[in-house]
Design a protein. Sequence first.
Length: 144
Amino acid sequence: MSKESKGKSRGVIIVIILISIAVVALLIKLGILDFKGFGKGGTDEVIQVNATVSDTILETTDETIAETTVQEAFFVNITIDGEKYIYNNQLREIDELIEELCETESKFEVHILLGDTATLAAREELETRLDDKGIVYSVVEDTK
């Protein structure tokens, strides 16, 4: 290889390196390329976490962290048959039923199951009592 072709090869390599540096600098300037997330920088970013039940945001001196508190949620089925309430396969009086639900310490949602014979009065009474106690519920009609 002659001195002239070695010089051209070095010139091409230098041009390629300069172009590469310019491209990287442009990508950094545009925000497409950053070097945060390797244990340095990024202190004003918020880590967002999807949670099943609740999200609690904790503020620290250097960063904001999303801490997720997941509690097991379950459903309670109450069937209305005529004027009667059925819970855990047993007939219950409305007062007894509401008292038992209020004693439950876990988070839950009541599913009110309405059959063909459920009366409007029984449904409204149960809904009113659940609303008064702040218990979440949904109504499922025709449980055949």
